[in-house]
Design a protein around this ligand. Structure first.
Ligand code: CO
Length: 437
């Protein structure tokens, strides 16, 4: 049986097929532990001793637990991760019909390993806007949570070179087959199947669906395997495992003199430059709002920022035994050997000597082993919310992550023990606070 932490992680992964559902899962968990949701449009009357959260766009959540001291005297301890993952985004207005078959048109969100989306049951999930009361747009979550489509490969006999690598064309090859009835449909002007399915799920007419952000996602559940259930295999582990670790650590922590902040950003996979992404004013403005509300405005807020520390949590490329030559032998982090600090000379990661030392000391105090990840010196790594968020907030940041295999595959593999260790290290961050260097 998987340990409690990985069972909770699997439940979180299954409940979160898209960033909208991840934010919803996070908000539900925060509410369950007594946090109060704030509306950004309202004036806030905040009380010491309570925990708050803001949910922007339904896909990006920032939770805040005020400290018992003034922010200017104690700063904020911050941990951040991202709610989104690569997927096939649906173009629902378009029905691709040929010889009674129907396919769902798609475009690619982020950088998936495209071939892993083929020949497997896909579900449909996301957000739609419907016409609400007074003619205003109203957001509704949709999660069909069942297999509804497949992107079929071409038979190998018609493409014998396929195993030498094949470049899938999103327009031509990735539409997903969703229906092939034996009889010709009676209504040739009918709405595309995906729109009909979403409208039926929500109990509205197709014409009431005014906008959509729908994705084709893995329909299979997260699972644990290995003799000790020590490996977790799932869609979206990058970075929902990071989100879940932060959420658990935040919920398990108590108020301290410093403020505690848990950040869950959308749109990391497409560069973060959105209303609700890390490359915007969202976090800085909220930190200022909370700081002012708890007695540190103006220069006080700037002092609070200067006293703060942030941990950016995103998956690290775990050492892969079948591709050992792709790693630097010293810097390829091993699964189930602890969280890895991620560093890069050109600051693709925010880590510097002091922020690395700060995270290492948190791990040491929590009894958690700590690894280091750097790509081979002849490679360039991906990036994270770390450098972007650090630049925009002015807060020293370390990039860390649990080792993960098959990053951006429709199913990725992580270590169950690493997840527990990450939670323990982040609990230590929230407990100890930002005064670490
Ligand atoms: Co990531």
């Amino acid at each position: 049986m998987p340990a409690a932490a990985s069972r909770a992680l699997c439940d979180f992964l299954d409940a979160s097929p898209t960033a909208f559902h991840a934010a919803d899962s996070i908000a539900a968990a925060l509410r369950a532990s007594g946090a109060v949701r704030l509306d950004e449009r309202e004036a806030w009357k905040l009380e010491a001793g309570k925990t708050y959260f803001v949910d922007r766009n339904g896909s990006s959540v920032i939770a805040f637990r005020p400290g018992t001291a003034l922010p200017e005297d104690s700063g904020f301890a911050i941990a951040g991760a991202h709610t989104d993952a690569p997927a096939l985004r649906v173009r629902p207005e378009k029905a691709l019909r040929a010889r009674r078959s129907e396919r769902i048109a798609v475009e690619i969100y982020g950088g998936p390993i495209v071939s892993t989306w083929l020949d497997r049951p896909l579900s449909l999930a996301g957000r739609v806007a419907v016409r609400g009361k007074d003619g205003r747009a109203e957001a509704r979550l949709v999660n069909l949570a069942r297999p509804v489509a497949v992107v079929p490969n071409l038979a190998i006999h018609l493409n014998r070179e396929v195993n030498k690598g094949f470049e899938y064309n999103a327009q031509n090859h990735l539409p997903a087959l969703c229906a092939w009835p034996a009889e010709e449909a009676s209504d040739p002007a009918r709405a595309p199947w995906a729109l009909q399915a979403v409208a039926a799920e929500l109990g509205v007419e197709v014409k009431e669906v005014l906008g959509t952000e729908l994705f084709l996602v893995d329909a299979q559940r997260a699972l644990a395997f290995g003799p000790g259930a020590e490996l977790v295999n799932s869609g979206r582990a990058d970075d929902l495992a990071g989100c879940h670790a932060i959420l658990q650590a935040f919920r398990q922590s108590e108020a301290k003199p410093h403020g505690q902040v848990a950040v869950f950003f959308d749109n990391e996979e497409v560069g973060s430059a959105t209303l609700q992404g890390a490359d915007g004013v969202y976090l800085r403005e909220l930190l200022e709002r909370f700081s002012v509300a708890f007695g540190s405005g103006g220069e006080g807020f700037k002092r609070a920022i200067a006293r703060s520390f942030s941990v950016s949590v995103d998956a690290a490329q775990g050492w892969h035994p079948s591709y050992a030559d792709k790693y630097d032998e010293t810097y390829g982090p091993t699964l189930n050997a602890g969280p890895a600090v991620k560093a890069n000379a050109n600051f693709r990661y925010a880590t510097d000597a002091l922020s690395e030392a700060a995270f290492r000391s948190l791990c040491a105090e929590a009894g958690v082993p700590c690894q280091k990840f750097q790509v081979r010196a002849d490679q360039t790594p991906g990036s994270t919310i770390g450098p972007i968020s650090s630049k925009l907030t002015g807060i020293r940041t370390v990039d860390v992550g649990a080792p993960l295999l098959a990053m951006h595959s429709i199913r990725e593999t992580v270590g169950a023990r690493d997840h527990e260790w990450m939670i323990a290290a982040l609990r230590k961050l929230f407990e100890r606070g930002p005064d670490l260097y």
